[in-house]
Design a protein around this ligand. Structure first.
Ligand code: GLN
Ligand code: ZN
Length: 743
């Protein structure tokens, strides 16, 4: 019952061709039934286990499959199905999907980012009515399924402390003792089924935790460790350094502890400081589970050997679940060979883990040769020179009052100007046009004609609706990051590099491998065309450097700040070109500003510093009378509110409707004094807000912000909405603005 030499903390569950996405969506629309969905799922699970076994991985995880989300799976396993879903009387599977997606009468559980990744989990709802009870049906079933294939596996669950720290409700963490009893019951049931090892994930301890929370963690695992009927326990941690939680966990009777040695560099020192780790297996996370570069195997062996000198036993693993990287590099036939040679997706990372496990035991003689230096063509001397020559003045615009006056003179906008965030609905015909272009049945010229027609339609619609600042609607963009990645040097796109974002939603992040440079204007033609159609101002529309980095796989051979500044320079050239082409307003979206915020407070100032700096570099090349907008969404902004101010945008549009305009108070509290457009229409649902609702939101906004600085807009772009609700809602928005203006 040794742990073995090699393992992974989890593996992608979507399938190499997104089979799970297709099956789940087919089930949702009624095209397949539950047994058919279950059989596709079982096939995908079997494929993963067999892949891992054939790769000669020693310790294979199970229960890493999920129809939607592993946090939701854990909620079900501990009986935390909220009453509002339980009472719907649906089948188990449909209750599960109701929690994930909502049904007519019940909104879904809240969706939130999984630590600092692009994965989103469903937030468990814990209240007085939650009666925890062990219900590990899925874990038991997956274990038995693998066993029937002759594969011994290690069921994985989110650990009790992290589960409660991720939950919402009235102090869920206070219920840890009670939940630990339920985990004890789960462990008993697993042991009875023959399970040898179980993995409990506690990534929440890679973030700042109070001494009480750390003491509670120690107590929880001490109790679980003392059970007499249980599998061996492997506590997995990831996404950073454990700090004081490391000695606390080492002090418990758990047999194995997993530490991230990729992003948690201090964990090595923490292990050394803890002294000889008798009776413990340390699972060394040496292969990056969160990025797509090949591992420096020699450096990893050295780190692994250090751990081996401290613990009774060391096993090699990925730094976190491989959920966050694409499935298999070998299907990518169109990547540059120099780049291909440097990449490893999930399947390739398993091989690295196995190789490292062997090298730790048998020496490094059989490791493949190290990679040669990156090709010279990846470096761009002129970009590097430009970066080296930057001064603080390159990140500084003129005084805001002068800017505001110059812009008002040029734009002549009414009080409470109305606008939208950029995209208009991506209709079926737009998607068909893109598919036809890809398939070759539509040429570039024909595609551009269709897109121009769409831009014209969207401009006319906005004029009819009476919006003040117009957008071109972004019909030509597949995705707000990919679109720029396809045009910039230093970026590569994959064909099938899909990664789960949430539920059945997958994204295909571009790879930033070299110096970033703009070959030619990227958006100027579309924006100028749109502007040529109307007397009103059209907003140029760009994605900001932080968001481009956050939604890409980024090179690790230089600091993120350098890469961000390279992207910023390309965007700066674009803003200058847009300005020269006659655009008076330019929006640079930074929806991901909050999401890449480091987990530990101590690391946050440095991040915000370069993040803000890169935005300012991108936006300060224009004249005072060009109005820069930014847009933020997807989060609570409390922790980054001063950074939002520091962006120095003339206008900030920000998600606010669900939080009832609270963000305006936060902005007022720090003395934010420029334009702001709090979202007054929640575009995440097809619901059309009533006239009174919009008026009410605006009244609240006017109370917090002087009318001359207030903009009226939706929460976010409209690309996922349909035209009927878009037209109806925007009509309301314009009418409500007029009512407040005239009152
Ligand atoms: N301009 C983008 C749009 O309107 C912004 C999207 C976003 O914030 N995620 O779609
Ligand atoms: Zn948005």
């Amino acid at each position: 019952m040794s742990f073995g030499q090699s393992t992974v903390l989890g593996y992608p569950r979507i399938g190499g061709n997104r089979e799970l996405k297709k099956a789940v969506e087919a089930y949702w629309t009624g095209r397949i039934d539950a047994p058919e969905l279950q059989s596709t799922a079982a096939g995908l699970r079997a494929e993963v286990w067999q892949t891992l076994r054939n790769a000669r991985l020693d310790a294979i995880p199970s229960n890493t499959f999920s129809f939607y989300d592993h946090v939701l799976d854990t909620a079900v396993a501990v009986g935390a199905v909220p009453e509002r879903f339980a009472r719907l009387g649906l089948s188990e599977l449909d209750t599960y999907f109701a929690m994930a997606r909502g049904v007519d009468a019940e909104p879904a559980l809240e969706l939130t980012k999984w630590f600092d990744t692009n994965y989103h989990y469903l937030v468990p709802e814990i209240d007085a009515g939650t009666l925890f009870a062990a219900f590990p049906v899925k874990a038991l079933q997956e274990y038995a399924e693998a066993k029937a294939l002759g594969i011994e596996t290690r069921p994985v669950l989110v650990g009790p402390a992290t589960f409660l720290l991720l939950a919402k409700g009235d102090d869920p963490f206070a219920r840890l003792d009670e939940l630990v009893l339920v985990y004890a019951d789960i462990l008993r049931q697993l042991a009875k089924a023959g399970v040898e090892w179980v993995q409990l994930d506690e990534p929440a301890y890679a973030a700042d935790r109070t001494p009480e929370q750390i003491a509670a963690l120690r107590e929880a695992y001490t109790k679980l460790g003392r059970l007499d009927q249980r599998p061996r326990i492997f506590v997995a941690t990831y996404f950073g350094s454990l700090g004081d939680a490391l000695p606390a966990l080492l002090d418990t009777p758990v047999e194995a502890l997993g530490v991230d040695l990729v992003t948690g560099a201090d964990n090595l020192a923490g292990l050394a400081a803890a002294g000889p780790l008798r009776g413990k297996t340390i699972v060394a996370g040496l292969v990056d589970g969160h990025n797509i570069w090949r591992t420096d195997l020699r450096a990893a062996v050295t780190a692994g050997a250090t751990v081996a000198g401290l613990a009774d036993h060391v096993a090699v693993s990925t730094s976190c679940s491989l959920l966050h990287v694409p499935v298999d590099l070998s299907v990518e036939t169109r990547l540059d060979p120099g780049l291909y040679a440097r990449l490893a997706f999930a399947r390739q990372k398993v091989d690295e883990v196995v190789l490292l496990g062997k090298a730790l035991r048998d020496g490094t003689a059989h490791l493949p040769a190290p990679l040669p230096a990156a090709p010279a063509s990846w470096h761009n001397a002129s970009v590097r020179e430009r970066l080296a020559a930057l001064t603080p003045a390159d990140r500084q615009r003129g005084n805001y009052d002068d800017r505001a006056a110059a812009q008002q003179q040029r734009l002549d906008l009414p009080e409470l100007p109305t606008t939208t965030i950029g995209s208009f609905p991506q209709t079926t015909s737009l998607r068909q046009a893109r598919a036809a272009l890809r398939a070759g049945s539509l040429d570039a010229e024909g595609y551009a004609d269709l897109m121009r027609a769409e831009v014209e339609r969207v401009i006319r619609l906005q004029e009819e609706l009476g919006l003040d600042v117009l957008v071109h609607g972004e019909p030509e963009r597949n995705d707000m990051v990919q679109y720029f990645g396809e045009q910039l040097d230093g970026f590569a796109a994959t064909d099938r590099g899909w990664v789960q974002s949430y539920g059945s939603r997958c994204v295909r992040p571009p790879i930033i491998y070299g110096d970033v440079a703009r070959q030619a204007p990227m958006t100027v033609e579309w924006s100028t065309f749109a502007q040529s159609l109307t007397e009103r101002a059209v907003k140029g529309m760009l994605t900001g450097p932080v968001t481009i980095l956050a939604w890409s796989f980024v090179r690790t051979d230089q600091p993120l700040s350098h890469t961000a500044d390279q992207v910023a320079l390309a965007l700066r050239d674009e803003t200058v070109d847009l300005e020269a082409a006659g655009l008076k307003v330019i929006q640079v979206d930074e929806p991901a500003l909050r999401e890449t915020l480091p987990l530990r407070k101590a690391d946050q100032p440095a991040y915000l510093d370069w993040a803000v700096g890169s935005f300012r570099l991108a936006t300060s090349g224009v004249a005072d009378d060009t109005q820069i907008h930014t847009h933020l969404c997807y989060s609570e902004f409390g922790e980054v509110i001063t950074a939002i101010d520091a962006l120095d945008a003339d206008v900030t549009s920000i998600e606010a409707s669900r939080s009832k305009m609270e963000v305006l108070d936060d902005l007022a509290a720090i003395g934010y004094g420029r334009g702001v457009g709090p979202g007054v229409w929640d575009i995440h649902s097809p619901r059309v807000p009533s006239h009174d609702e919009v008026v009410e939101s605006l009244r609240r906004a006017v109370a917090a912000v002087p009318a001359r600085r207030l903009w009226v807009n939706p929460d976010c772009g409209l690309k996922t909405r349909g035209y009927p609700e878009v037209e109806a809602s925007l009509k309301r928005l314009v009418a409500a603005a007029a009512e407040i203006r005239n009152s």
